[in-house]
Structures are given as structure tokens and as C-alpha cells.
Design a protein around this ligand. Structure first.
Ligand SMILES: [Zn+2]
Ligand SMILES: [Zn+2]
Length: 280
């Protein structure tokens, strides 16, 4: 049985290793988590992708590495009995992804759902690749936002068991680059909150936005308040891509969630299932 969690324990539900696009190993992330006083660490490398979306295999755990990925996770977990580590993936949603995601993520304890890609798998673009922002210039920020929300709601409606929807307003990533939407986002936020509620999804409160100069969390406060009002459960993650960012800002994120009206965050446990953890 997993140990009972003290209220307000540090839990990081979103972290990457060098098997996908992170810098550290499982072992380095585990050590960083222990040093940060983390009680539960969820490892969520980017899941395998179709070749058309990542031809060089840089952003994902490539299919042939999946067994080694699993073995490296287990070695780090077994070396750190003081830390509860869970095996998961961050999976991209794109039209028609379901069978592939299901197959590639077999054995995962946690599956995060993300939309970083807009369009069909053979004809689309990353919206958060700051080295190629052509989709933003072609469509304009308002249209990227509208298409993003359509894709995000489709991801929520997917039969895949996404247990938490990561960084719900990822398009905010490029606002500091002068690519913020000019339309009022409130109607799109309302749509997202209703969709998360109706499909029974949890949403992530991500501290990554703070490291990207966005000036707020993902989700922005207006969207976060709507999730809260709709009764959508919240999960906290750093989206660390370096060991030094593991558990980054989690305690401050708890205070922020409290301020918005949340009294618990949801935590996945190594022995299965999720439980609500009081914030204080
Ligand atoms: Zn992501
Ligand atoms: Zn991530």
C-alpha cells in the first residue's frame, strides 16, 4: 500500500527525461525530487509519435527505446524507496491517434493528454516550436487559438484514458513573442471548462509557464477560475525538462489553487487510482 500523503505534500505529476526531449536521466530526476522534498514523482516523457510529426525522433521516446525506457524507470524507482515514482507518458492528441497511443503507452500508470500539434498527423504543425512559428504567421493567433480549442475538446472527448490534460492553454506560450490572441478568450475558456467537466477530465496547473515568461500559470487565471467553477479537478506539474526544474514552484502553485478556490489537488498513487490531497 502507498503511504498516506500529508496535506500539502510536494507532488510533481509532469516530468521529462533524456529519453524524450529532457536533459536528465530518471536517476537524476529522482535525486532532484528527493532533494526538493518531493513525495510523489510522475515520469511523463513524450510518447512515441508518427514519423511525420517528429522525423528525427528528437521529441519522443522512439518505439525501439520503449523497453529500455521502462527498465531505466524501474531501476531509478527501485534505487529510491523514499520516493513514490509512477511510470507515465505525455501523449499528443491528433486526429486518429487512438490506436497508436493505446499501443505505445501500454503499461503506463499515468497518461497525460496534450495538444501541441494542430492538423492531421501528415499535414500539421507544432504550435510551441519557437524555432518554427510559421503556423502562427499563416493563420494568425486568433485562428490558432480557435483551432486549438477544437482539438483540445476533441482530445477530452477521445476514448483514450487521459488522466490529466496538460498545460491547457499552451498557445499562451508564444504571447511573450508578440503572438497573443487579440480576441476575447472568455468564450473559448467557457467551452474548455464545459468540455472538461462534461468529459470527466482533470486539468493540470503547470508551473512551466512561469519559466517561459508567460506571466501566469497554464492555465491563465481566467481559465483556471472557470475550471474551478465547473468543478474540474486539478493536478499540479512542473513539466520539468531538466533535473533542477523538478518540483519547480509546486508549493506556490498550491497557494494559487487555494486562492482560486480549490481545497484539494488530485494525486495518482503507485498502487493504483487517484486520491484527493488537501492543500493544507
Ligand atoms: Zn507538453
Ligand atoms: Zn511535458
Amino acid at each position: 500500500m502507498a503511504r498516506p500523503l500529508e496535506p500539502g505534500s510536494i507532488v510533481d505529476c509532469h516530468t521529462h527525461t533524456c529519453f524524450s526531449d529532457g536533459a536528465g536521466t530518471f536517476e537524476e530526476n529522482a535525486r532532484a525530487a528527493v532533494a526538493a522534498g518531493c513525495a510523489v514523482l510522475v515520469c511523463t516523457d513524450h510518447l512515441t509519435l508518427p514519423a511525420s510529426m517528429d522525423p528525427a525522433g528528437e521529441a519522443q521516446v522512439v518505439e525501439s527505446d520503449l523497453p529500455a525506457h521502462r527498465a531505466a524507470f524501474e531501476a531509478a524507482r527501485d534505487a529510491h524507496p523514499e520516493l513514490e515514482m509512477l511510470y507515465g507518458f505525455e501523449a499528443d492528441w491528433y486526429p486518429g491517434c487512438e490506436a497508436d497511443v493505446h499501443r505505445w503507452s501500454s503499461g503506463a500508470q499515468v497518461l497525460l493528454g496534450s495538444v501541441h500539434w494542430l492538423g492531421e498527423k501528415d499535414d500539421g504543425a507544432w504550435i510551441d516550436d519557437t524555432s518554427d512559428l510559421s503556423i502562427w504567421h499563416e493563420l494568425g493567433p486568433d485562428e490558432v487559438w480557435r483551432r486549438y480549442v477544437r482539438a483540445w475538446c476533441a482530445a477530452c472527448e477521445s476514448p483514450l484514458a487521459f488522466e490529466s490534460m496538460a498545460h491547457p492553454d499552451l498557445p499562451e506560450r508564444v504571447r511573450p513573442l508578440g503572438l497573443g490572441a487579440s480576441i476575447d478568450l472568455a468564450p473559448l475558456w467557457d467551452e474548455m471548462a464545459a468540455c472538461a467537466h462534461d468529459t470527466g477530465r482533470r486539468v493540470e496547473l503547470s508551473t512551466a509557464a512561469l519559466r517561459k515568461g508567460v506571466g501566469d500559470y497554464y492555465p491563465a487565471r481566467g481559465l483556471f477560475e472557470r475550471f474551478r467553477a465547473a468543478g474540474v479537478p486539478v493536478v499540479v506539474g512542473s513539466d520539468a525538462h531538466r533535473p533542477e526544474d523538478v518540483a519547480y514552484g509546486v508549493t506556490a502553485a498550491y497557494a494559487h489553487a487555494w486562492d482560486v478556490g480549490y481545497r484539494v489537488v488530485e494525486v495518482p498513487r503507485a498502487d493504483g487510482g487517484w486520491e484527493p490531497m488537501p492543500l493544507r
